[in-house]
Design a protein around this ligand. Sequence first.
Ligand code: AMP
Ligand code: MG
Length: 412
Amino acid sequence: MRTFQTKKLDEAISLALAHVEPITESESIPTTDSFGRVLAEDILCPEDLPGFARSAMDGYAVRAQDTAGASREHPVTLRIIGSVEMGQDPRTLPDLLPGEACEIPTGGPMPPSADAVIMLEETARQNNDVVQLFSAVTPGTHVLAADSDFRRGELVFKAGHKLRAVDIGALLAMGILSVRVYRRVRVGIISTGSELVEAHEKIRLGQVRQINSHILRGLIESQSAQSLFFGIVPDEREKIRAAVQHAVSESDMVLLSGGSSVGARDWTLQILQDLGQVFVHGLQIRPGKPTICAIIERKPVMGLPGNPVSCALVFEKFVRPVLARRSGLKVLLPSHRLASAQLIQTVRSAVGREDFVAVRVRIDEADGTLYAEPILGHSHNISTLARADGIVRIPAELEEIPEGAQVWVELL
Ligand code: AMP
Ligand code: MG
């Protein structure tokens, strides 16, 4: 009789991460196309940014010393010598002599001898040529220094950083037009189960439409990896074995769905043991207990439960960090967004097991309070996740989370 040697999720992730090698091949791609990709090089800032001193306010560029003592009661009067245009080359701007000011818009370049900006609200224009100041400023007030955004030579991103939308903006602001990133990880998918047919095929009573490969594909692509589907394979040892060998040879990492438990028709464990080294079989979580992690030819091969809810959840909780490491990510932060909500019904779990409960999130329009409502019904049905907004985790050491408790919801 085969049995599980279950592990805590944390322990299984640490073990898996210790075994998984990041891919090493990289490619140079346009920065504009680099969303979600993992940097294979450190990025040093090539030039000061913004590169010239800019005003942070609409107002007047001044020499701070000329404003000394200015107040509502005793305004200081300066002579206006011109106005700065957006985009103007600061070298074409006039020098300010003592007692002079220059009109300046937010973001406009500072005239060379001006060292502060006095905001419009603190002034009154007397006529075309004269402005009154109602407060004093010190050097640097409302001025963004030439290197206030990034400094030339500064380490901006380290290799292993995953590029977000704002990072692409920062790279382009520095004039970095291409970046070296790790190539996309190719994740092979095999769906096992003699009852499965493709969704577009004619279905007989007793058969089940195969959906896991499509769920997995979306989850894989959301990690900027590439998915390769190796088809549906019936519960026959030799066929599954051949499919695994083929998928391993064509991919950087392989996911099997179905057949990961200990039943008579569950071949995944034996096959992965034959072909490589299995170091996780069974997780102390629900759903998702029958989960396997192995290394074959130095590539992670993971057996996921066939149940679509379990399969999706195990991807989120276990496959995601493994794929992130394989993709070259250095820092593995949780990738889900969290919402704090008040649980409206008690949820229960067995001690020693981490449970994940699907919830709907409701917002009270009046005061913005969020409520998490556990989804009843059979937790194994895909409808549970389809109706859910997120997942609430019940830690292993708790038997329940009571109604009214404030919980973190991991949004799906
Ligand atoms: P297994 O893990 O092979 O015991 O499968 C558990 C349950 O999930 C069974 O009811 C299967 O029919 C179902 N199942 C397995 N694979 C898939 C799939 N790819 N798509 C939809 N349901 C599946
Ligand atoms: Mg099966």
